[in-house]
Write a protein that binds this ligand. Structure first.
Ligand code: ADP
Ligand code: PHD
Length: 467
């Protein structure tokens, strides 16, 4: 059971989380709980590390002090006096260690990816201890487990690759015995350690991934992702308030949505579940009675061609034009080798006889990439782009879809279009500023009269006063 930052953001949220887990335990189910840092804490820790790295020690320590107060105050709100007085020293020790680390970074005036991982790890280390204490206070017999003892990864700091065989062995060594003793293990998501015990992180949003690795490693009956919405919706409710809950969706559809921007789920969450065929549920910790979204191996066909619309912002389009490319064997490979050399992932590609356009979401190494490509082609870059991705198991089963899609976004400039590589995904690139308009137009076109077998329309009926 994974609880994201919004589900542990303060004492009330942590209490709600404890009540949800108590409900599962009361039904005789065993639970392993994975928690993220309290909402926004990771962002603040990243800011503190960056401040220290640019020798702004005062700025870094000020951020840490504010976080220290937030965690001490939350513990005081969450726990009775005796338990709070037991936990406060642990919180202070953690923040004293964080402050020493920030002073050290400021002293050398350099922030490495390895040190950054160690700084950001404090968020989950702290929240997991607080949630474990809340469980213990509720009689849930919470047992804190340092995730770094179980989630073994390589040394790619900032986006470490989990070593699943080692993880499964560590889970059996450190977590299963606690469950056998009737305890409820609680660990931080997002963090891990390499073979030398050095702290690593799985990449932003990585607690979902931790939950999937734990669920897969323990062959769990289900993996539950608890968040602040009623499940996977027909699009981001922050863009379309009338977005509908999707009742069931396939692993493939969920993976495409997560990869192309549906923040509700980390892209890597699905793979461990698919490998062990474990159903994944996306549930709302603020509305625990809602049945959420069930993600399974079974493709769900329905009258609507799409299940959901995702948007991924902050992308860059690179246009590569080379008349010499005409029919030259291996030209594409020479282009992709450049991106491979700089470990730059490509989201979308379209080609013609003399040009290639592709989209990337990392601008880190773009100057070197463009310089190297400039030796074999004319290269043009356009930033502030966004990718709109529409996902559905049965797009090909519906005629005239493309016409409906491009009719709905006729007022928006389309830069790249892709459909076919994946049977369940139709995507296109637009200017970032057009995302809200495009998503709302598409949502109106395809979800005004949805298939109630798959989509929960009660919320819309309530708004319309019909329920
Ligand atoms: N298709 C979608 N369905 C549901 N939520 C989505 C979707 N696309 C984006 N979101 C956003 O993802 C958010 C939940 O992710 P996140 O903020 O990371 O929560 P947590 O702290 O639980 O991990 C939702 O509040 C919603 O705004
Ligand atoms: N706290 C980490 C890991 C994570 O998954 O957080 P959340 O569950 O709140 O998205 C981050 O912010 O990236």
């Amino acid at each position: 059971m994974k609880f994201g930052g919004t589900s542990v953001e303060d004492a009330v949220a942590m209490e709600r989380t404890a009540a949800i887990v108590a409900g599962r335990r009361k039904r005789g189910l065993n639970a392993v709980v994975v928690v993220s840092a309290m909402a926004k804490v990771t962002d603040h820790l990243i800011a503190a590390a960056a401040a220290a790295g640019r020798d702004d020690k005062a700025g870094a320590l000020a951020i840490s002090a504010r976080l220290r107060h937030r965690h001490i105050d939350t513990a005081a709100d969450l726990l009775d006096e005796e338990r709070a007085s037991r936990l406060h020293p642990t919180i202070h020790l953690e923040f004293d260690a964080l402050d020493d680390l920030l002073r050290g970074i400021a002293a050398v005036g350099e922030l490495t990816a390895r040190t950054n991982d160690l700084v950001v790890s404090f968020g989950e280390r702290l929240s997991s201890r607080m949630v474990a204490a809340a469980f213990e206070q509720r009689g849930l017999d919470g047992a804190h487990v340092d995730a770094r003892m179980c989630i073994i990864t390589d040394s790619t700091y900032g986006k470490a690759a989990p070593q699943e065989v080692a993880i499964e062995a560590k889970l059996h060594e450190h977590v299963l015995p606690l469950i056998a003793e009737g305890k409820t293990p609680v660990m931080g998501g997002f963090i891990g350690s390499n073979a030398d015990g050095i702290t690593t992180t799985l990449g932003r949003g990585g607690s979902d991934y931790t939950a999937a690795l734990v669920g897969g490693g323990l062959h769990a009956g289900a993996i539950e992702i608890w968040t602040d919405v009623n499940g996977i919706m027909t699009t981001d409710p922050r863009i379309c308030p009338d977005a509908l809950r999707v009742k069931t969706i396939s692993f493939e559809e969920a993976a495409e949505l997560a990869y192309f921007g549906a923040k509700v789920l980390h892209p890597a969450t699905i793979l461990p579940a698919v490998q062990k065929n474990i159903p994944v549920w996306v549930l709302n910790s603020r509305n625990a009675e809602n049945e959420g979204t069930k993600i399974t191996a079974t493709p769900v066909k329905c009258a609507s061609p799409f299940k959901s619309i995702a948007a991924k912002k902050r992308l860059t389009i690179i246009d590569i034009v080379a008349s010499r490319m005409l029919m030259t064997h291996g030209y594409l490979k020479s282009v992709f080798d450049v991106f491979d050399k700089y470990k730059c992932a490509i989201d979308m590609v379209s080609t013609s006889e003399v040009s290639i356009s592709l989209s990337v979401d990392s601008t880190q190494r773009l100057p070197e990439i463009c310089e190297e490509l400039g030796k074999i082609a004319d290269v043009k870059m356009e930033g502030n782009k966004a990718l709109i991705c529409m996902v559905g198991e049965d797009i090909r089963g519906h005629n005239g879809i493309a016409g409906r899609v491009f009719g709905a976004v006729r007022h928006v400039n389309l830069r790249m279009i892709s459909q076919g590589a994946s049977e369940i995904n139709m995507s296109f690139m637009i200017d970032e500023q057009d995302v809200e308009e495009a998503v709302r137009s598409l949502h109106k076109e395809f979800f005004t009269d949805p298939d109630e077998k798959v989509f929960d329309v009660t919320a819309r009926m309530q708004v319309a006063g019909k329920a």
